[in-house]
Design a protein around this ligand. Structure first.
Ligand code: FAD
Ligand code: UDP
Length: 367
């Protein structure tokens, strides 16, 4: 068969590009080596009937009306604002750190204004903010750094915050008010019937042929396509020519309890200082599902396994740039997505990147 586009990977990057191109009349072959679509955002009902996220909790949030409207073509939504508590000093305290976190942790009665003075007193000002340690120390000082960030980051990344780019811990704001939402984006929603259903509707087009359990390596010499969109790890595409790009992996431990309806007060509880896992997520909070039992997932970070997170540090960025230069020389291949662009992208950012890639390809009239 001859295709206009071969798209490698059926996650957000692959499905969005497939949908946009097929809707413009292009003939698309979409492949994934896994037995399902949706990439890491894939969800399914477990054997007890609870909708779970196979690869850890995925909460959709965006400030982009364009991205929200685009996805709304394929799903209705359940409104959900994520809240997270961190187990610190035997208390469950709001993270991002806010006014209640500080008052409860230190048994104080501060208001917003006096909390600003408090942060000013405890922070360790840094002239240059280079690392994830700098970000936190510069904002809230050493005690809060050690209680909320250091242990979590060491577990999650297998390295000290001082070895990671500032952008990692900068994802978590520090607040002076009592807002205990994890995200403050305009749109905070979950696909009403799940991510997998949304993806299915997205790629249900006559111009898209889907092949699962199909590795690019195994078919690349046989498929005829004028252009390839590659959403897998960029170093794998180039056969690790400059060495392996580090990606952090996780082991997910799913568990069901049929004796209780709810096991924790918020969708996620973080464990910065105890256990080998970073956090526990209870899915019913996220999806709004009612059920007599409950299902959770624990995330155990590890270095080996499926690539889930690019590791933001300058030496990795340097190595990525070398692969990026090779990618720019590949005439009929476009690299997009969290693994292909080696970016710590949230789902909405991947949708944004995929939409703009297709716009450029169609404008250029490349195929
Ligand atoms: P992926 O979803 O990784 O898809 C790439 C696909 O390519 C995979 O299905 C893979 O099997 C396939 N593939 C790779 N190589 C090949 C090959 N050689 N041949 C065939 N197929 C191949 N984002 C949020 O916005 N909110 C969240 O709450 C959130 N939580 C997250 C929690 C965890 C634990 C993780 C790991 C990520 C989370 N994210 C979250 C990020 C989100 O998962 C990503 O932004 C998004 O799913 C990336 O989409 P993608 O298509 O770029 O990559
Ligand atoms: N982080 C932390 N303590 C927390 C939550 C987050 O130190 O309680 C740091 C940690 O380095 C983590 C990063 O902030 O990797 C980003 O957190 P986020 O919740 O955005 O991670 P993700 O959901 O992408 O795994």
């Amino acid at each position: 068969m001859v295709y206009d586009y071969l798209i490698v990977g059926a996650g957000f990057a692959g499905c969005v590009t497939a949908e946009r191109l097929a809707s413009s009349g292009k003939k698309v072959l979409l492949i994934d080596k896994r037995p399902h679509i949706g990439g890491n955002a894939f969800d399914e009902f477990d054997q007890y009937g609870i909708l779970i996220h196979k690869y850890g909790p995925h909460i959709f949030h965006t400030n982009s009306e364009q991205i929200f409207k685009y996805l709304s073509k394929f799903t209705e939504w359940h409104h959900y604002e994520h809240r997270v508590l961190a187990k610190v000093d035997d208390q469950l305290l709001p993270i991002p750190i806010n006014l209640d976190t500080i008052n409860r942790l230190y048994h104080l009665d501060l208001d917003e204004e006096s909390l600003k003075d408090f942060y000013e007193k405890v922070r360790e000002p840094r002239e240059f903010i280079r690392t994830s340690e700098d970000v936190v120390l510069n904002t809230v000082g050493r005690d809060l750094y050690e209680k909320f960030y250091r242990g979590y980051t060491r577990k999650q990344w297998g390295m000290d915050p001082s070895e990671l780019s500032a952008s990692v811990t900068a994802r978590i704001p520090v607040r002076t008010n009592r807002d205990d939402r994890y995200f403050t984006d305009t749109y905070q929603v979950m696909p009403l019937h799940g991510y997998a259903k949304m993806f299915k509707k997205m790629i249900d087009l006559p111009n898209i042929e889907l092949k699962l359990e199909t590795d690019f390596e195994a078919i690349k010499d046989y498929v005829q396509a004028s252009h390839i969109i590659y959403t897998g790890p960029i170093d794998t595409y180039f056969n690790y020519r400059f060495g392996k790009l580090p990606y952090r992996s996780l082991r997910f431990e799913h568990e069901h309890d049929d004796s209780i309806q709810q096991c924790q007060p918020t969708g996620t509880v973080n464990y910065p200082n105890d256990f080998d896992f970073t956090r526990i997520t209870e899915f019913k909070h996220l999806t709004g599902q009612t059920h007599s039992g409950t299902s959770i997932v624990r995330e155990y970070p590890q270095s080996e396994g499926d690539p889930y997170y690019p590791v933001p540090r300058s030496e990795n960025e340097f190595l990525y740039k070398k692969y990026k230069s090779l990618a720019e020389e590949e005439k009929n291949v476009t690299f997009v997505g969290r693994l292909a662009q080696y970016r710590y992208y949230n789902m909405d950012q991947v949708v944004g990147a995929a939409l703009s890639v297709v716009e450029k390809l169609l404008e250029a009239g490349s195929v």
